[in-house]
Design a protein around this ligand. Structure first.
Ligand code: BTN
Length: 331
C-alpha cells in the first residue's frame, strides 16, 4: 500500500523525529543512498508541510516535534480490549479516508470496523460540503465502515453516538469535552473534532455507513489560518504532543464497542451520555435549517437524536431532524 520511496521518507522522518541534527552523510549511510538523494527526499518532506532546518556542517533537524502514525502499537493496544481486530489500512497521503471507503462499498470486501487512517488528506471532506483542513502528521483522519442491519431509518442518531465515542476516547486522556448538536466535539466552545457520517442503503434493507472523524491534534499555523470557526487542538490543551497512534487506537476501540449496541438498540443507550456533555442545553440559539432560521432555547435531544427547541416566537416545542441543520450560538 505504501510505496518503497514513501516508506523511506517516513523512516527518514522517524529518524529526524528525535529533533537532533543528523548529517546528510549519516542519513545516507543509514539508508544506503547518496547525500544528494537524502537532500531530495528532505525537499519532498518539506513539500508535505514539515518544517526541516538545514544547517551547514550540522545537517537536518525538525523545527517541531512530530508523531507519525504506526499501525503496530494501534493493533497491540486494540488487542487488549478486542478479541477480533478490525482491518486497518494506512496511507501517508489520500484524497479523503471517507471517499476511499465510500468508493469501496460496492466491492463486498468490507467488514464491520474496517478502518482507514491517513497522515494527510488532499481533499478532506467536512459537513455541508466544507473542506476539512488535513495537514500531514498533524491530526487524526480516521474513517470506519459499518453495516447497520436495521437500515437507513435506524441511522438517525448515529452521528450523535459517534460524538459520544469521541468524548469517551478523549476522557481516557483527561480531556473533558462537550457536544454541539448534531455532532461537533468542543472544548470551551472551540471545535476539537468533527464527524462526517455518509450513508448508502435502500429503504427496508441494510444500510452501509462510513463514519469519518477528524480530530485536531497539533494544527500547524498555515492550516489554522484557513479554518473559519473557533477551533482548538490537543497539543494546546495538554501542553504537549500526544502519541497519535495511541489516540487513534482509543477512538477505534470506542467505535467498535459502541456500534453493535447502537445497531441493536439505537440512540437510547447513549442518550444520557450525550445529555451530560450537551454544550447548548438551556441556551438561546439560532437553528438554521435550509433557508429557515429559528431562534429558541435548547431543550435537549430526543431518543432518536433529534434536537428539541422551544421557539422564541411561538413558545412551541419544535423537533429538528437531519444532518443539514446547523446550530450557532445566537449573537
Ligand atoms: C465536520 O465538518 O465537522 C466533519 C469533519 C469530518 C472530517 C473527517 S477527517 C476523516 C474523514 N475523511 C474526510 O474526508 N472527512 C472525515
Amino acid at each position: 500500500m505504501v510505496s518503497t520511496t514513501e516508506q523511506l521518507r517516513l523512516q527518514l522522518l522517524t529518524v529526524l523525529s528525535d529533533r537532533q541534527f543528523h548529517s546528510g552523510t549519516e542519513l545516507g549511510e543509514l539508508f544506503g543512498i547518496s547525500r544528494s538523494a537524502i537532500s531530495q527526499h528532505i525537499q519532498t518532506i518539506k513539500e508535505w508541510g514539515i518544517d526541516v532546518f538545514a544547517v551547514a556542517g550540522k545537517g537536518y533537524r525538525l523545527a517541531e516535534a512530530i508523531s507519525l502514525l504506526d499501525l503496530e502499537p494501534i493493533r497491540q493496544q486494540l488487542s487488549t480490549v478486542l478479541t477480533t481486530l478490525p482491518v486497518l489500512e494506512y496511507f501517508p497521503h489520500i484524497d479523503s479516508t471517507n471517499a476511499y471507503l465510500m468508493d469501496r462499498l460496492g466491492d463486498g470486501q468490507l467488514a464491520n470496523g474496517h478502518c482507514v487512517l491517513a497522515e494527510a488528506q488532499t481533499q478532506g471532506r467536512g459537513r455541508r460540503g466544507r473542506v476539512w483542513q488535513s495537514p500531514f502528521a498533524s491530526n487524526i483522519y480516521l474513517s470506519m465502515f459499518w453495516r447497520l442491519e436495521r437500515g437507513v431509518a435506524a441511522a438517525m442518531g448515529l452521528s450523535l453516538v459517534i460524538g459520544v465515542c469521541v468524548v469517551r476516547a478523549l476522557a481516557r486522556f483527561n480531556i473533558p469535552t462537550q457536544l454541539k448538536w448534531p455532532n461537533d466535539v468542543l472544548v470551551n466552545g472551540k471545535k476539537l473534532a468533527g464527524i462526517l457520517v455518509e450513508l448508502q442503503g435502500q429503504n427496508g434493507g441494510e444500510c452501509d455507513v462510513v463514519i469519518g472523524v477528524g480530530l485536531n491534534v497539533a494544527m500547524p499555523g498555515n492550516s489554522a489560518a484557513q479554518i473559519d470557526q473557533p477551533w482548538i487542538d490537543i497539543k494546546t490543551l495538554i501542553g504537549q504532543l500526544p502519541d497519535r497512534s495511541i489516540l487513534a487506537a482509543e477512538l477505534i476501540a470506542q467505535l467498535v464497542e459502541a456500534l453493535p449496541l447502537y445497531d441493536a438498540e439505537g440512540f437510547t443507550p447513549f442518550m444520557d451520555a450525550w445529555r451530560q456533555h450537551d454544550a447548548f442545553m438551556g441556551k438561546t440559539v439560532k437553528v438554521i435549517s435550509g433557508t429557515h432560521q429559528t431562534l429558541g432555547t435548547v431543550r435537549g435531544v430526543t431518543s432518536q437524536g433529534a434536537l428539541l427547541l422551544s421557539c422564541a416566537e411561538s413558545g412551541e416545542l419544535k423537533t429538528f431532524f437531519g444532518g443539514e441543520v446547523s446550530l450557532r450560538g445566537a449573537e
